[in-house]
Design a protein around this ligand. Structure first.
Ligand code: ADP
Ligand code: MG
Length: 275
């Protein structure tokens, strides 16, 4: 394994329930190397999204540690957290729910630039350059940046003028990806990004994600309940069952010679896809 970008150690999440707690993530540990795609696979309810959200600190773990490029994510101050949020982004399953229906694509994809500016993020040089030129942040320049992002995800720059409901599911997911890319993150969590899409549309989005990873050198945590999909995209695969990591290894090893009976069942349960 190369340089470790993300490390998760003994992660636990418990929710209270009548008469006790239910432990939905139970002592999960793994690492993701810079530039790799780690696939996280498991049935619905196995805890995949909970793990993803804890890594990004969208929910607080009950116990455990998360490090991103050496930074203690769970111990980060709010200023450190804002800086980290530029470096890690998430794309969710439902491409419609994630988009504000009253915003045009221009605002949706350009919003991270605005938030970034308001919070005074970026290094001092960038801020100085921004104020000196009135900016990267002026409407016209923002539109240029948004147009570039849209083209990068395979949409026409004219998509800027439109609202989410005017797009198909696949196009909406492309808008979500463009927004996630806006601040040039190093790490993307893809939480079932094509599960709500038709197979052929999903395959195109998968291919786009693969191209983006190559062109931008990003690191992915790719989450899916579909073993063939995970296998297609991932270099290593982690198998989650009822909140526990039952197996982790190279794609070929996990798929061709799974150590666990459960992994074998997962492989047998899903048909092969063609992406
Ligand atoms: P997956 O993404 O693999 O489908 P989740 O991480 O969404 O699984 O959920 C794992 C388990 O945790 C499920 O049983 C789910 O019902 C439970 N769970 C998720 N969020 C909460 C919550 N806020 N309160 C109680 N239980 C939850
Ligand atoms: Mg989920």
């Amino acid at each position: 394994m190369g340089e470790v970008l993300v490390s998760v150690k003994n992660l636990v999440k418990e929710y209270p329930r009548e008469g006790g707690v239910s432990r939905v993530v139970d002592d999960v540990s793994f690492e993701i190397a810079r530039g790799e795609t780690l696939g996280l696979v498991g049935e619905s309810g196995s805890g995949k999204s909970t793990v993803a959200r804890m890594i990004l600190r969208l929910i607080e773990p009950t116990a455990g540690a998360v490090r991103f490029d050496g930074v203690d994510v769970l111990g980060a101050s709010s200023a450190e957290m804002r800086a980290l949020r530029q470096r890690m982004q998430i794309v969710f399953q439902d491409p419609f729910a994630a988009l504000n229906p009253r915003m045009r694509v221009r605002e949706i994809v350009g919003e991270p630039f605005e938030i970034h500016r308001e919070q005074g993020l970026g290094n001092r040089e960038q801020r100085k350059a921004g104020s000196r030129e009135q900016g990267i942040w002026s409407g016209r320049d923002r539109d240029l940046r948004v147009g570039e992002l849209l083209r990068e995800v395979g949409l026409d720059a004219s998509a800027m003028e439109r609202f989410p409901h005017e797009f198909s599911g696949g196009q909406r997911q492309r808008v979500n990806i463009a927004r996630a890319l806006a601040l040039r993150p190093e790490f993307l969590v893809l939480d079932e990004p094509v599960s709500a899409l038709d197979v052929s549309v999903g395959a195109q989005v998968i291919n786009l994600l693969q191209e983006l990873q190559r062109s931008r050198g990003m690191t992915y945590l790719f989450i899916s309940h579909s073993m063939p999909l995970v296998r297609y995209l991932s270099m290593r695969i982690a198998v989650l069952r009822q909140g526990r990591l039952v197996e982790i290894g190279d794609c070929a090893q996990v798929c061709e010679a799974p150590r666990e009976e459960y992994t074998r069942q997962l492989i047998a349960a899903t048909p092969v896809i063609q992406a």
